[in-house]
Write a protein that binds this ligand. Structure first.
Ligand code: SF4
Ligand code: SF4
Length: 430
């Protein structure tokens, strides 16, 4: 093993935090020099052409509200319309920490500019989406009653004008790992813990099985801790940092005895790598930072590994969609592409705007169907232009939304996680 296991004493983790993390601050807001270099990286600006729907416009509104010149309610429609894709953060030459700003602004809005009934509905929606057994139950009921689309009343309750999201099909059975530990092939390099997540656990068990197969092949012993729960990404992205802190604390305990925490969903990994910020200025900051340093996206570990030659050489034409929270949130652009290109007979065709948001963005496609559809249509056209028959996508929300777009466009193109494509080629699906 690479190091001794890390044990976090329970005493280091208070049950409740009285701290309100990630407050907006003047220094961060002042980093924007209004240059506009982020505008063409912003899907909502491209769709509307309006300054208030651009990163620069939103930062201006945040500053106005922060300084008390306008009410948060005035900024709310524009903050709500942000996909949180972080394309602007990558494009910005001034180092504006947009992820921090938008999450802090959303927390302000939930606290000061949302009605109690709206908060209640949104909290319950997030709670249901982030609890795998509830999510499965809701999808089962929907299927049993012939529902194929998220109901209009639900969209209305969430504040949207229409419902655009098709309900995903459930795998036939709930996947439960057959064992808690999967041994490495050969001498183990390290012991890693796999995050099961919410949507990933309910809908994408194949990706977990592929991840276990590839990691054990790469020499990692894979542990699946019990009592993991949600990572808090949906909570923090929608303005509920305290709830996200509660989720994070549970993970601190669950993963205390592994060298790395491995994540195969872009949004979860990005949030977990930022736990230090989530607990900034609290007594738990050091614990959160130490945890965040052990988080790895699965592509990072596989890219560094000395993998054997793949067993299959299927002829594939693949295009890669950069999930926002992988490319803009974690700076992971090259590793998944390089891993796919190790497969003989796999042709990787780049699409235009591969790192532009598809509009899924957590529950954005439920909340903002019009702008989400606009982004999806551009993504589907770019996929069509490549001629690829397979899209590689490393985030569950993107995968479901792009599948829906392809189906509606009658394009016979499959969408898989890169690790699923690898596991098939290496014949390691457990
Ligand atoms: S996060 Fe995305 S949608 Fe929001 S302002 Fe930045 S680029 Fe635009
Ligand atoms: S966010 Fe960055 S790129 Fe955009 S206007 Fe401000 S300084 Fe320029």
């Amino acid at each position: 093993m690479s190091s001794g296991h890390i044990v976090i004493p329970r005493t280091a983790l208070p049950a409740h935090s009285v701290y309100y993390p990630r407050m907006l601050n003047k220094q961060d807001l002042q980093k924007c020099i209004h240059c506009g270099l982020c505008l063409q990286a912003c899907p909502t600006y491209i769709a509307t052409g309006q300054e208030a729907e651009s990163p620069r416009g939103r930062i201006y509104l945040m500053r106005q509200a922060y300084e008390g010149r306008i009410e948060w309610a005035q900024a709310r429609p524009h903050i709500d319309a942000c996909m949180g894709c972080l394309g602007c953060q990558t494009a910005c030459p001034s180092g504006v920490p947009y992820a921090k700003l938008i999450e802090a602004a959303r927390a302000e809005i939930e606290t000061h500019a949302r009605s109690p009934i709206s908060r209640f509905v949104r909290r319950h929606a997030i709670k249901n989406f982030t609890t795998p057994h509830r999510l499965r139950l809701l999808l089962r009921i929907a299927r049993a009653t012939g529902m194929r689309r998220a109901p209009r009343w639900m969209a209305k309750l969430l504040g949207a004008a229409e419902s655009a999201v098709q309900l995903p099909a459930l795998p036939p059975k709930t996947w439960r790992p057959t064992q808690n530990t999967f041994p490495a092939q050969g001498t183990p390099k390290a012991r890693v813990g796999l995050l099961l997540g919410c949507a990933m656990q309910a809908l994408f068990d194949r990706v977990h099985r592929a991840t276990i197969g590839m990691l054990t092949l790469a020499g990692y012993e894979v542990h699946i801790p019990r009592n993991q729960g949600c990572c808090g990404a949906l909570w923090v992205h929608n303005g509920y940092p305290r709830e996200a802190q509660g989720n994070a604390r549970r993970l601190f305990q669950a993963f205390r005895e592994v060298d790395y925490i491995v994540v195969n969903a872009a949004g979860c990994g990005s949030t977990m790598k930022e736990y230090g910020m989530l607990f900034q200025g609290t007594p738990e900051q050091a614990v959160a930072e130490a945890f965040a340093q052990r988080v790895r996206d699965v592509h990072e570990l596989l890219y560094e590994a000395d993998l054997p030659a793949p067993k299959r050489a299927d002829s594939l034409c693949v295009t890669y969609h950069d999930a926002c929270h992988l490319v803009h949130g974690q700076g992971i652009r090259q590793q998944p592409r390089a891993l796919l290109q190790r497969l003989p007979n796999l042709k990787l065709v780049e699409m235009d705007g591969s790192d532009m948001c598809c509009g899924s963005a957590g529950i954005y496609n439920l909340l903002q169907p019009k702008l989400a559809r606009d982004a999806l249509q551009r993504k589907i056209q770019n996929i069509r232009n490549t001629g690829a028959t397979l899209v590689a996508s490393a985030n569950p929300g993107c995968t479901l939304w792009i599948r829906q777009g392809l189906q509606e466009a009658n394009l016979p193109v499959e969408v898989l996680h890169p690790v699923e494509i690898l596991a098939k080629a290496y014949e390691v699906m457990p």
